[in-house]
Ligand binder design. Structure first.
Ligand code: ADP
Ligand code: MG
Length: 668
């Protein structure tokens, strides 16, 4: 007799559960997705003990007919696919028909459901994959699924669960983000008696972000609006023989596909130590995708330190047949048909918007994020973190130079790097920034605001026009009036909308960086001939890098050539670099090429060269500037594309808004 057997369904389901149900949050995800697919508008999630003891998801969706309620627990039973063709354009979140049987095989599950077409509902009870009861019940249309004692029959899995708080945080993050993808629906998440999230329908994503994260976070973000791009596809290929036969027919129009991107990204100053705050939805499905993560990082290239990550909440919409979602059982990975198009579209859309909006760092009062939104974990980003860590854990830039005091270094938990911050605000509670990425789980309420004393207004009112609506844009840089210098390193300036502090070194660095790149692009580089060629010794590593980037160096204004063994002669250099600094600049460029850029594109090499030149040539800190120089610097900075951060990602300008100043003086 043969030795191969077909596994009974019960065993197969348990195996599938290994992939589909990793932890309580995966159950919540599958159930929420089912509720969304069922067209629900009110979704409730209740959990106990981080979902280990109980998860209950109830909805007001289409419900199930009695027969379907039983069928739903069969393996590969789904209402969402009919044949193999449908697989190519999946418009629902579910399609594999695996979730319910998988969950039911590793828990005690009760399904209560009623379709609007039937007068009574159905209650199905299953434990460890075995059907226990199936009864009629009276209930309103919709579905409720209760999952108790997850993994009660898989002790090995149960052991791997993390603390209740961690599991709860994963769930909170998940529900929060699904609520962001569906602003038109009601979401509620409760843990025991505590409410973690409660949002009612609103008209826009912006309002939903406000509901979930609070006004402060909204201020830290830049809204993308809706960005669109067409992908032109060549007409379908017709073999010559058929073409002749059909030659009378009109030639087919080249078809096109529209890709749409919307959502929010953070200002470059909001720097996270990991990707936990990046959420990407493709056709409303929360996914993780290296391609898109890379696109986001590239958008922040030279705006943020290499090891920092932004907050991003992105919604990409495209034709269902442009994206394959059937890549992994948990449906969190996708594959795009036109990968490089999608990558470049996302990168450029974000970057263009950042350049357009020139967001300025602001100093704002405490946030009022919902407790669930402040939980630090997400299943997807956590997994990503684990995967991506070795490849991209470049050390953050050494904090040297003028930016050091406000420079970003990941904190001990690697959770969040600090925002540029100086305590001009009255000492209230701790500053709440984009805290959903980093604060420890805190279900307690906000720290109580310090009691405000009522003060007689003996100083007269404040002129109304001094209180412009705060638009935290660096566009305002162009009308700043320099007041003076602090420590001969920072320019203090007054503008219509408040007080500014500008780091003179990094400001100049940004100006020079963009100038060098522009000159390079137009082939119009200012160079200086050296009276005597400078001979530079190279290490063996530098020698290899030199060979690779020599052309690029020469295009940026250097004139270098090999000069014997491991030596090069430099005959000319970019005008910005003083002869005394030349050797240092070259060494730095070759060093960067060796450590960071190996294997990266020429474009990256070009930017690194420009950054090195800019850094060496920029005005140093501890340098006195006269009024005219300060004015020039502010104008030139205002004229750059990205006055937000220096090429290494440090912030350039801090703003203390008039509103904040008035608040701090208790005038408003
Ligand atoms: P899939 O979502 O991949 O189809 P599932 O195992 O998650 O597979 O669900 C099986 C089927 O059960 C679904 O196709 C759907 O018809 C039905 N179903 C599950 N949850 C709900 C719900 N909340 N409301 C209505 N129908 C549901
Ligand atoms: Mg499903």
């Amino acid at each position: 007799m043969g030795r191969i057997r077909v596994l009974p369904d019960q065993v197969a389901n348990k195996i599938a559960a290994g992939e589909v149900v990793e932890r309580p949050a995966s159950v919540v995800k599958e159930l929420l997705e089912n509720s969304l697919d069922a067209g629900s508008t009110v979704l409730r999630v209740e959990v106990e003990s981080g979902g280990r003891r109980l998860i209950r998801v109830s909805d007001d969706g289409c419900g199930m007919l009695r027969d379907d309620a039983l069928l739903a627990f069969e393996r590969h039973a789904t209402s969402k696919l009919r044949d193999v063709k449908d697989l190519l354009s999946i418009a629902t979140l579910g399609f594999r028909g695996e979730a319910l049987p998988s969950i039911a095989s590793v828990s005690r599950l009760v399904l209560e459901t009623r379709s609007g077409d039937e007068v009574t509902g159905t209650r199905v009870e299953i434990a460890g994959g075995k059907m226990l009861h199936c009864d009629e019940v009276a209930q309103a249309p919709g579905t409720a699924i209760t999952v108790r004692d997850l993994f009660f029959n898989v002790p090995a899995r149960k052991k791997f669960l993390r603390s209740e708080q961690t599991e709860l945080a994963h769930i909170a993050s998940l529900v929060t983000h699904y609520s962001l993808a569906h602003p038109d629906k009601t979401f509620r998440l409760t843990s025991g008696a505590g409410e973690l999230l409660a949002v009612t329908p609103v008209g826009t994503l912006r309002e939903r972000v406000f509901q979930v994260f609070g006004g402060h976070t909204l201020e830290e973000l830049v809204e993308l609006g809706t960005r669109e791009q067409q992908l032109m596809l060549p007409p379908p290929y017709v073999p010559p023989s058929e073409a002749i036969a059909e030659f009378r027919r009109e030639p087919e129009e080249p078809s096109s596909k529209t890709f749409r991107l919307s959502g929010f990204v953070s200002r470059p100053q909001v720097q996270k130590g990991n990707r936990n705050s990046i959420f990407i939805f493709v056709n409303q499905r929360l996914i993780r995708d290296r391609l898109l993560l890379h696109a986001i990082s590239s958008a922040y290239h030279n705006l943020m330190p290499a090891a920092a990550y932004p907050f991003a909440l992105l919604f990409l919409e495209c034709d269902c047949d442009e994206v394959d979602v059937n890549v992994h059982p948990s449906k969190t990975e996708v594959r795009f048909r036109h990968q490089s198009f999608v990558h470049d579209f996302v990168r450029d859309a974000i970057r263009e918007r950042l350049i357009e909006s020139r967001p300025a760092p602001a100093f704002s009062p405490a946030a009022s994020a919902q407790p669930g939104a402040r939980m630090p974990y997400s299943e997807f980003s956590q997994m990503l973190e684990n995967e991506a860590a070795p490849a991209e854990s470049a050390a953050p830039e050494a904090a040297a130079g003028p930016g050091a005091s406000v420079d970003a270094a990941p904190d001990a938990l690697g959770a969040e790097t600090s925002l540029p911050d100086f305590a001009l605000r009255p000492a209230a509670g701790p500053a709440l920034r984009l805290d959903f990425g980093g604060t420890p789980l805190a279900l307690t309420s906000e720290p109580a605001a310090a009691p405000r004393l009522r003060m007689p207004d003996t100083h007269g009112g404040f002129p109304a026009d001094a209180l412009p609506v705060s638009d935290a844009s660096l566009g305002a840089l162009s009308d700043l009036r320099p007041l003076g210098q602090m420590h001969e390193s920072f320019i203090i300036a007054a503008g219509r909308d408040g007080l500014w502090i500008i780091d003179q070194h990094v400001a100049h660095e940004r100006i020079l960086f963009e100038r060098v790149l522009k000159q390079r692009a137009s082939g119009n580089v200012e160079t200086q001939r050296l009276l005597m060629p400078l001979i530079v010794q190279l290490t063996p590593g530098q020698q290899i890098e030199y060979a690779r980037i020599a052309d690029e160096l020469n295009a940026t204004g250097f004139e270098t050539e090999p000069f014997g063994n491991r030596t090069i002669a430099v005959k000319a250099a970019p005008a910005a670099v003083g002869p005394g600094d030349l050797e240092r600049v070259l060494n730095e460029i070759l060093e960067t090429a060796e450590t960071e850029l190996r294997g990266l594109s020429l474009e990256d090499v070009r930017r690194a060269i420009a950054a090195s030149i800019a850094c060496q040539a920029a005005i140093k800190i501890n340098t006195r500037l006269d009024h005219a120089k300060m004015e020039w610097l502010l104008r030139a900075l205002a004229a750059t594309d990205c006055p937000m951060s220096c090429p290494h990602g440090r912030p350039i300008a801090l703003r203390y808004s008039t509103r904040e100043i008035l608040k701090a003086f208790h005038r408003i």
